[in-house]
Design a protein around this ligand. Structure first.
Ligand SMILES: Cc1cc2nc3c(=O)[nH]c(=O)nc-3n(C[C@H](O)[C@H](O)[C@H](O)COP(=O)(O)O)c2cc1C
Length: 142
């Protein structure tokens, strides 16, 4: 698998693509052509995460999106992406207005199980002061 990233920094030649967009791709050598697997992009997403972390350290905000699903035909034409290369993410970067918001995440016992599905271990404890988010997939009501 060969990864690739196209960075859009200015308005040419792809005027309709926002500046600060990174298109992440992989040439899967025909392995996945014709069907989509849950593992598509799995070898590229860690690099995307590193990109997001590095951008954050430099004061930029970034978010991974599936914008390419709606714009794939146009992106392929504008950026000369060959057919054998699959698009796996479009990441947008920019300077946040104001400042970065507080970082929140789901409570550890909802994410980490011990020995079997659904059993939070007693060691899965959030550090004091952790801020939680309500974002994420639907959860069973208590
Ligand atoms: C592969 C991938 C594609 C994503 N595509 C979208 C998307 O199209 N739209 C969206 O709102 N969030 C998308 N997300 C989720 C966002 O990256 C982000 O996590 C979410 O908007 C919550 O932002 P926050 O973590 O800053 O609160 C995607 C995440 C991944 C890993």
């Amino acid at each position: 698998m060969t990864p690739g990233f196209i960075v859009i920094r200015d308005n040419t030649p792809a005027a309709s693509i926002p500046k600060g967009t990174v298109v992440a791709m992989g040439n899967f050598d025909g392995v996945h052509r014709g069907h989509k697997a849950v593992s598509d992009g799995a070898s590229i997403y860690p690099a995307c995460q590193n990109l997001l972390l590095a951008a954050r350290a430099l004061g930029y905000g970034g978010v991974m999106t599936g914008w390419h699903f709606a714009a794939e035909t146009e992106l392929r034409t504008l950026l000369h992406i060959p057919d054998e290369v699959d698009l796996v993410a479009t990441i947008t970067f920019g300077r946040p207005q104001g400042r970065h918001g507080p970082v929140r995440r789901r409570p550890l016992p909802e994410l980490v199980f011990g020995e079997q599905w659904g059993q939070p271990p007693d060691w899965a404890v959030d550090p004091a002061g952790t801020r939680h988010t309500a974002a994420g997939p639907p959860r069973p009501s208590a």
